[in-house]
Design a protein around this ligand. Sequence first.
Ligand code: NAD
Ligand code: MG
Length: 403
Amino acid sequence: MSEPRRRLRVAILGSTGSVGASTLEVVARHPERFEVFGLTSHRRVAELVEQCLSFKPRIAVLPDRAQAQAARQALAERGATATEVLEGPEALCQLARAPEVDAVMAAIVGAAGLPACLAAAAAGKRLLLANKEALVVGGGLFMRAVAEGGATLLPIDSEHSAIFQCLPEDRRTWKRRIDHLVLTASGGPFRQRAPDSLHGVTPQEAVAHPNWVMGRKISVDSASMMNKALEVIEARWLFDLEPAQVRVVIHPQSIIHSMVVCRDASVLAQLGTPDMRVPIAYGLSFPERIASGAPALDFTRLQGLSFEPVDERLFPGLALAWQALAAAPGTTAVLNAANEVAVEAFLQGTIRFTDIHSVNAHTLERVEPRLAADHGLGDLLDLDRRARVEAERVVHARAAGRH
Ligand code: NAD
Ligand code: MG
């Protein structure tokens, strides 16, 4: 008889988000394999409290004292004593590196998730990375922290998980076999629009993704294809390739999640229904496979798979990925910061959808990274702040120009 295995203790950073909630769904299917050690949220106290009542984590984290107090009180009123509520950004890092934690799901949105990702990497955790912005900002520093900490980095972004599923072994052996990668993109809600018709689109239209239900920021990024730009940068780092080895094709059905084109012209692809529980389950169980809850593809009902090139007039932001990768180190962090500011301004109604690209392009032109070769997290956070200040300036200029 085999020994009962110890359950994997999981911390989910950003548990109240779309990826966070899907992670809890997969975890809940396998109570014999997984135990929730920590949950975190940036707002939504009531939702975090409900998650704590269901999953009884040891630790919950909220960003400030007021929200933490509200959560403590709500938990006490419901007689829940299992969970200690911590507050502030440092508590995220503390949770990510806690010795009791085996696996960290990084599902925070934006550069805000970088310090905790680095803490998990340095502590040698199994690091499930959904938070692509953290890798776009962290770049080589992030990958060095993973290598030096002995962490196992498992991509959760569906495209990168697809590539990883095609090449599950040691990354040193991948490089010899790969000619290039093809990241698939759905094209989002505006794929069939005329380029000059996009200036008037509303946040509501932009977040209505045809194939995936996701958080607001990534949904806007999908509509502008800045999401794919971030994913090109993410792939460059995850798979240690030249930027020109990462290519993009539009595949509106989101059935092929991405492809590896080998040196011999053989193409490996991973297919499935568009459901984040699949890459999440793979990250949690790698190298095994467990039930994810997602329905399998029914090939008898598939209407066909189609592909088309990206129209650069419709999606001018995509090219910024290769531009930023070719520029000085740190330029991808500038691009990410500008885009975070621009998307928020668009969601707030301050700028137009088409202004997102001009904020990004202008900020890239104006902010020089000036990173030393041995830069650390503090230098990246400074650069992120400088880029945000410049992007805010462009946002205000754009907003003023509209009136
Ligand atoms: P979301 O907006 O639904 O959730 C974000 C989570 O992060 C929430 O729990 C929120 O409370 C927390 N958070 C937000 N700002 C924070 C801050 N400043 N500090 C600490 N916590 C903060 O986002 P999502 O769609 O779940 O996406 C999360 C990440 O996963 C993003 O990087 C996204 O690009 C990536 N991703 C998402 C999907 C998807 O299907 N949703 C797919 C691939 C990759
Ligand atoms: Mg993706």
